[in-house]
Write a protein that binds this ligand. Sequence first.
Ligand SMILES: [Zn+2]
Length: 196
Amino acid sequence: MQSTPSKVTQVYQAGASALSGVVAFYAYNVFRTWNEGVGFSWKEFTSASTVSLLFLVPLMGLVGGAGLGLAVYSSTVRPLRRWSRGCCYRCAYPLRSLPSRICPECGAEAKVPSVHSGLKRHLRALVLFPLMVILGWVLGSTSGELWILSDEMRFEQEVHEYLESGGTSGYARPRAWPNRLTSLVYVHGQGIHATE
Ligand SMILES: [Zn+2]
C-alpha cells in the first residue's frame, strides 16, 4: 500500500475546517442571541464573531498540536520503525528479500530514512491548517448570522399571518435551534423584539 501523507493531511485539514465551522456556528448563535437585538447590526456581528473566535483558539490549539504530533511521529518514529523491520520507510512494503535499491511499491530509495527531510515534508503539508481554521470561522459566523436572520424573517411572516387571521393579543415563539432558550416576541403596538 502506498503511503499518502498528503491525502491524510488534506482530510485532516478539511476536518479541522469543518469542525471549526461547526463550533463557530454554534458559538456565534449562542452569543448573538444573548441580548435582545433583532435584525442585523455590525456591532452584534463583530462581537459575536469575536467571541466565537475566542472559543476556537483553545480548541484549534489542541487539534493543531495533535496534527503537529502526528507529523513528528510520521517523520521520525514510524519510518525508523519500518526500516528496522526491513520494510520501506515510506510505505512499509517488505524489502528484506529484494535485491533492488528502489521500493517496487512507492519508488522510494531503500535507505535509512532522513528524519530531517521527512519532518520538513510533513510540516509543509500542514501549512494550510491555520487558513482552514480561519475559513471555518468565517463560514461558521456568517452562516450563523444568516440562520438567525432567516428565522427572524420567518417570524415576521408568522406575525403577519397571525394578524391577518384576526389575532390581537400578541404572538411569541422560541428562536430556531440552537437558540431555543431565547424567544421572539410580537407585542401589539410595540413590534417585534427578542427575550433572553
Ligand atoms: Zn515504498
